[in-house]
Ligand binder design. Structure first.
Ligand code: SF4
Length: 144
């Protein structure tokens, strides 16, 4: 049984832009990851060796993201959002809950650019939205 949790924030603003991926924000629609890869940097952290044990769905992620991106867009605080830094946005759970897809709809609505990291073919389901985001995204002015 997968836990469902309510989080206080969903969009993490970095103190400094990542120099490799150029993201200013990160977004983790789930807590931890079903894949539990041996090489994952999250393993051995506070979550221990089996990160799938603490797996959870962030059920209020979409509502929080809507609120946070509306505010950032009004202030023109555009920046790349990395999906994801400490989970796999397209892990098998996503087929059932669709949180990542709904987050992509919100990201497209507010025209933020994204950077995706995944090992899952499920990302292909969202190609329509990824293309839409690619067309609509507003880049931060210092990256133009
Ligand atoms: S898929 Fe990514 S987040 Fe998930 S366990 Fe593997 S490396 Fe970690």
């Amino acid at each position: 049984m997968v836990r469902k949790i309510y989080v206080k924030t969903i969009l993490n603003k970095h103190k400094r832009r990542d120099s490799w991926f150029l993201d200013d924000y990160s977004l983790n629609p789930y807590q931890l990851c079903q894949y539990n890869c041996l090489y994952c940097y999250i393993r051995g952290s506070k979550y221990g060796e089996n990160i799938a044990d603490e797996l959870a769905v962030k059920v209020n992620a979409v509502q929080l993201l809507e609120k946070e991106l509306r505010k950032r867009a009004l202030r023109m605080e555009y920046g790349f959002i990395a999906l994801s830094s400490s989970t796999e946005s397209w892990q098998p759970l996503e087929e059932r809950y669709g949180i990542t897809r709904k987050c992509l709809e919100v990201i497209s609505k507010y025209k933020f650019p994204i950077h995706c990291l995944t090992k899952s073919k499920l990302i292909l389901r969202d190609l329509d939205l990824l293309k839409e985001i690619n067309k609509r995204a507003i880049l931060p002015s210092d990256l133009l």
